[in-house]
Design a protein. Structure first.
Length: 337
């Protein structure tokens, strides 16, 4: 038993030897591995940076090309689109001047009202018949053996075509309804009223010029309120003047402002001197005609106003001896522009 234990004791060192000769496993250090990855990362970042630069440069190139294309397109559009006129600023003073200049150019030439030179030494008398609105009245006036000027109503309900009565007449007037203190008289069609706007007054006078293209004279029917209102009458007078009319004041009230307005324009004041038929009988009318002759002798002329009553027509037909001392004229033979 002893020798066996020796043998076993010799074999154990050989095992130890074989174990010692085994090749050890080599391991990379942490330091070397880190540096290796850093190189790769730098390479990747470098490539990414270069690619980015190239892409950015390409993008800029495309953007500039696009801008040029847009400019070219806009230029073509503008060349095809008609140019708008540039707005020129004008000072208010220049505008006012131009407006006044235009108004003066468009308005008819207006001269001051003057007397027609007398042809002889006889006093002059003008007889006007107001309120004319029928053909029968016109025929009655034409039948008179003396010169009488008819003053015709503009069209209204009872005489819608009264303006046609002026056709063929060489001498006539317009008898224009104007506001009075009596409301009953203010109901006639288009009676001029103080409450009217400037435009409404202007349009009415323009209408009269269209209705009576050859008329020269207008006188007022009633009108005590309107002719006494300076602002309204001044506007109406101004517009009448601009459209070639002469206003004859019927003097329905002593407070009329027409004389003052006419003189402000340098015009002769044209007005009635006497009414001849406030009473509708022949003796009264004859007396009034005698008064008219006296006024004419004193002033050199006179204007008498009557109405188309039967008595008035008869009185005028039989007034030859009364009127022999004056020269009878139509209104446009006494005054003219």
């Amino acid at each position: 038993m002893a020798p066996q234990s020796k043998k076993n004791s010799k074999s154990s060192p050989s095992k130890k030897k074989s174990t010692a000769k085994k090749t050890p496993v080599k391991r990379r250090s942490k330091k070397k591995t880190k540096s290796h990855w850093q190189k790769h990362l730098l390479t990747v970042f470098g490539l990414f940076f270069i690619i980015s630069l190239i892409s950015f440069a390409y993008y800029l190139g495309q953007k500039e090309t696009g801008k040029e294309a847009v400019k070219t397109k806009v230029a073509k559009h503008v060349s095809k689109t008609p140019k708008k006129e540039s707005k020129i600023k004008v000072s208010p003073e220049k505008v006012k001047h131009e407006v006044k200049k235009t108004e003066v150019t468009k308005a008819p030439k207006v001269q001051n009202v003057t007397y027609v030179p007398f042809t002889n030494t006889k006093p002059k008398l003008v007889i006007i018949i107001d309120d004319v609105h029928t053909k029968a009245q016109i025929n009655a006036i034409k039948a008179l053996p003396i010169k009488v000027t008819p003053s015709i109503f503009p069209p209204y309900k009872l005489a819608p075509n009264s303006n046609r009565l002026a056709q063929g007449l060489e001498h006539y007037m317009i008898h224009l309804p104007m506001e009075s203190g009596n409301k009953q008289f203010n109901t006639q069609y288009k009676t001029l009223k103080v409450a009217f706007s400037n435009k409404k007054i202007e349009n009415r006078i323009k209408e009269l010029r269209l209705l009576f293209p050859k008329a020269q004279f207008i006188n007022n029917h009633t009108g005590s309120v309107f002719t006494s209102d300076y602002a309204s009458m001044h506007l109406a007078y101004k517009i009448m003047r601009e459209h070639g009319f002469v206003f004859l004041d019927s003097k329905t009230k002593s407070t009329s402002k027409v004389k003052e307005i006419a003189h402000s324009y340098g015009d002769v004041y044209v007005a009635r001197d006497i009414f001849i038929d406030n009473e509708h009988n022949i003796p009264y009318i004859h007396k009034q005609l005698q008064k008219a002759v006296k006024i004419a002798k004193r002033k050199g002329y006179a204007i008498a106003i009557g109405h188309p009553h039967t008595a008035t027509m008869q009185a005028l037909s039989s007034s030859k001896d009364i009127l022999k001392e004056v020269e009878l004229l139509y209104i446009d033979e006494l005054y003219a522009r």
